[in-house]
Design a protein around this ligand. Sequence first.
Ligand code: ACO
Length: 427
Amino acid sequence: MGDTAKINIGGKDIESPVLKGTIGPDVIDIRKLYGQTGAFTYDPGFTSTASCESAITYIDGDEGVLLHRGYPIGQLAEQSSFMEVCYLLLNGELPNADELTKFESTITRHTMVHEQLASFFNGFRRDAHPMAVMTGVVGALSAFYHDSTDISDPVQRRISAHRLIAKIPTIAAMAYKYSVGQPFVYPDNKLSYAGNFLKMTFGVPAEEYQVIPAVEKAMDRIFILHADHEQNASTSTVRLAGSSGANPFACIAAGIACLWGPAHGGANEACLNMLREIGTPDKIPHYIERAKDKNDPFRLMGFGHRVYKNYDPRATVMQQTLREVFEALNVQDPLFETAIRLEELALSDPYFKEKKLFPNVDFYSGIILSAIGFPTTMFTVLFALARTVGWVAQWNEMISDPGQKIGRPRQLYTGPVQRDYVPVDKR
Ligand code: ACO
């Protein structure tokens, strides 16, 4: 008999089993609570609620630890590749050399999109935010790839996973090309996943595109850093959408929509805009004061995290990557100095110390992406591109679970109690 938790409600003692993971906090299993007591639990932002069981990603926010299938993010970012991390997230183990070659070849050979999908873009205004385009076009994939939407078939699920991972860079690059009025560039099978994306984004048919190895490596690393992050808002959105049996393309489109918000994936765009607004280091104290002022809605973007109450381990790698990209491209961006100074000042301020607010992955990513040449509107698109594998892996894990149920939270009702309808002439 394992541990149990006792809940006393209305003078009645209820025992709930305590479930243990391989690491991390124990979880009180309250599935029978309503049946036994007629009461619900209340946790609107899921701050103390595990919404599922998962073997993909582990985070210890107090220690600043992030593991994918047990492997620390720092090791994966330094020694692995995004394709290898994709394989790991999807399959649970790192691939051997043959498995990796086969996987890379499968992804490479699925990068083209249905030619008719291109005409879809023409329906959007040129000045549409690329995330709006992504939400629409990725959702539309289910209209093009019917043959991989039967979610009860593991083979179709695998094909849709490969299609999503392979096609998302093509669609992301097309969203960019459409916004700048340049022709779409077809994928090039000779290139790596990151190199191909860079070519489709920055290449033009009029001249040969040379991938810069340091930028390709940085891009690949940025993809690794964003690949998965357990049950964050967009992943939970994908799971909830998928729990009804919706097809994977529709579910990933739902995830993209959720990611767009400035409290989540939109923070890198908001962070760079904030750094530009701050401008020079002498203005930092004023913005720190604003961030601390409860009457001012301003927050330091790229700071704070629901789970990390320590340095986000991805921010450490991001800062290192930033230095490498700046060196390779010979860039000197004064905003980097502003960011470093802002970090120093915030981390020495009692407000940020007490609330355990540290830089998150988005704090430095905007500066790197801007140095590579991406406009701010593309930042969240790149996040969505990289996170697609995490969403797909989590969705697939949920669908493969024989005990899977539709996600259906309950509520604490605070509206009017039952009353009689009054005809309009009597109101
Ligand atoms: N600047 C100033 N104060 C902050 C900040 C910030 N960036 N973040 C949190 N706080 C304060 C809050 O005002 C709150 O103070 P209080 O306890 O006195 O009311 C306290 O710290 C706790 O913050 P909450 O908003 O309750 O924490 P929550 O876990 O709900 O929010 C979030 C986390 C949304 C990330 C928040 O820190 C934030 O808005 N950060 C800026 C946006 C950002 O960088 N988002 C990226 C997240 S990473 C990602 O999605 C990849």
